[in-house]
Design a protein around this ligand. Structure first.
Ligand SMILES: NC(=O)c1ccc[n+]([C@@H]2O[C@H](COP(=O)([O-])OP(=O)(O)OC[C@H]3O[C@@H](n4cnc5c(N)ncnc54)[C@H](O)[C@@H]3O)[C@@H](O)[C@H]2O)c1
Length: 339
């Protein structure tokens, strides 16, 4: 039987590259489209080194309709996993137009092209950001959605757009995956998260301090109504998240309709707990300073992932310790290579 081919937009990025590895492990062919605005072409070599097979890679911006049409003319896709997008919350506040154009225009362009070529199975990267400040925890999929920043609003708009699309044409099958906080790296140490500039996410920030590239960590807010006063998040190993995409693809094949799924571990850990877990693994002290809360940050968020377990047959299995071990391996290998 011919392997099914999946288009992965944003496949050179952090979550995308790990998803490509899981797709290959599950026997899918992978075609990546990425403009490399937040990633590096060397990721393609690394995915090849891990999986033994090179994904097809096409570098262009998703807003280029002609290039997108050519990809659909050349390949016959069973489904699309749409991860391409800008994701920095702070930048979205200062440059909203950039986010609306990049995230929404690219998505509409993709959906029009999918429709034209009769490819109507889609897995979309949404975010726990769509829950705003949740009234209670753990967060369930039916909770009210609202955005606290332009980045989150682009996710909300795309979720609504996809719901309208499905109402208009029930041939669409759509999984909205609401990711919580992906961290860690592939166990090989060959791929991981490597943001340019000062990291906006906790784990790469801790790693830079552990490596001595930054003197200390800013912990934003020590007076939240949480056990130790610091923010609480649902950290999920990026390989668990990647495997969730494979489960979602398999669900799409059997389930007409549209549904949202929380992809989280179901556990909340504070910033200070994460620092302690990382210190245990790297054997170094991570100096930190507690500073003012960051506007737009929420005290606590963690998922109820039981719907994904019931419907997709998926559950996160890797521990906080494993997230730190894999992250530290990636950071040490990567920084040795770039020394
Ligand atoms: N990392 C997180 O914490 C997180 C949480 C929730 C949701 N998400 C969503 O998951 C998706 C992937 O996130 P990530 O962490 O891997 O980010 P990332 O920046 O590492 O990956 C995104 C990739 O998309 C590419 N891209 C962006 N705009 C593009 C365009 N117009 N055309 C072609 N390529 C484009 C970038 O070059 C990058 O390789 C994003 O949509 C993000 O919003 C991420």
């Amino acid at each position: 039987m011919m392997a099914k081919s999946i288009l992965v937009t944003g496949g050179a990025g952090y979550i995308g590259s790990h998803t490509c590895v899981s797709l290959r492990n599950a026997g899918y062919e992978v075609v990546i489209v990425d403009n490399l605005c937040n990633s590096d072409a060397s990721v393609i070599d690394r995915v090849e080194a891990i999986t033994g097979k090179r994904p097809v890679f096409l570098q262009f911006d998703m807003c280029e309709r002609d290039e997108l049409r050519k990809v659909f003319q050349r390949h016959s896709f069973a489904a699309v996993i749409h991860l391409a997008g800008l994701k920095a919350v702070n930048e979205s506040v200062s440059q909203p137009l950039k986010y609306y154009r990049n995230n929404i225009e690219a998505s509409t362009m993709l959906l029009e092209t999918m429709d034209e070529f009769g490819v109507r199975n889609l897995v979309f990267s949404s975010s726990a950001n769509v829950y705003g400040v949740p009234d209670s925890l753990p967060v369930q999929e039916h909770f009210p959605r609202y955005a606290t920043n332009p980045y989150g609003r682009t996710k909300l708009i795309i979720e609504d757009l996809l719901t309208d699309l499905h109402s208009a044409d029930s041939r669409w099958r759509i999984a909205l995956l609401r990711y919580f906080n992906p961290v860690g790296a592939h166990e090989s140490g060959r791929i991981g998260e490597n943001p340019s500039g000062e990291p906006g996410n906790l784990m790469p920030y801790i790693s830079r301090v552990a490596l001595g590239k930054l003197p200390y960590l800013h912990v934003y807010g020590g007076d939240y109504p949480t056990e130790d006063g610091t923010g609480v998040r649902d950290f999920i190993h990026v390989m668990d998240l990647a495997e969730g995409h494979v489960s979602a693809l398999q669900w799409l094949e059997m389930s007409p309709g549209i549904a949202a799924f929380n992809l989280g571990s179901g556990e909340g850990h504070s910033v200070l707990e994460m620092i302690a877990a990382y210190e245990d693994v790297c054997g170094r002290k991570i100096p930190y300073r507690i500073v003012a809360r960051r506007p737009g940050d929420i005290p606590a968020s963690f998922a109820d992932p039981s719907l994904a377990q019931r419907e997709l047959g998926w559950k996160a299995s890797r521990s906080l310790h494993c997230m730190c071990v894999d992250e530290w391996r990636w950071q040490t290998v990567h920084s040795a290579q770039n020394a």
